[in-house]
Design a protein around this ligand. Structure first.
Ligand code: ZN
Length: 99
């Protein structure tokens, strides 16, 4: 049997991950679509809209595409059997070219 790669899983990343920086909220109005910048500190569950304040953040991946951010409670409630892939990143001082 051919080994199938996991399509649906939880990516657990640091809240300091660059992917969580410079996010925008897309607001679709009757005439225009607006992009509202979201503060880097404000991370909200895309399921229940609760604020996430843990150092690690769950990103729900469906069909290998990021669906959104999901808090631990929603993960346990809706996706308790999904595999969790933790991403450890070493943030080295000076790696990005100075402090
Ligand atoms: Zn939630």
């Amino acid at each position: 049997m051919i080994h199938r790669r996991t399509r649906n899983y939880i990516r657990r990343i640091s809240r300091d991950d660059p992917e969580l920086k410079n996010r925008f909220l897309h607001v679709i109005g009757p005439r225009d679509a607006l992009e509202v910048p979201v503060s880097d500190e404000l991370i909200v569950c895309d399921v229940c809209n609760r604020k996430i304040e843990t150092s690690m953040v769950n990103v729900l991946i469906i069909d290998r595409m990021p669906w959104g951010i999901i808090c631990e409670e929603c993960r346990l409630k809706h996706h308790p059997n999904l595999r969790i892939i933790e991403e450890y990143k070493i943030w080295r001082r000076g790696k990005e070219g100075g402090e």
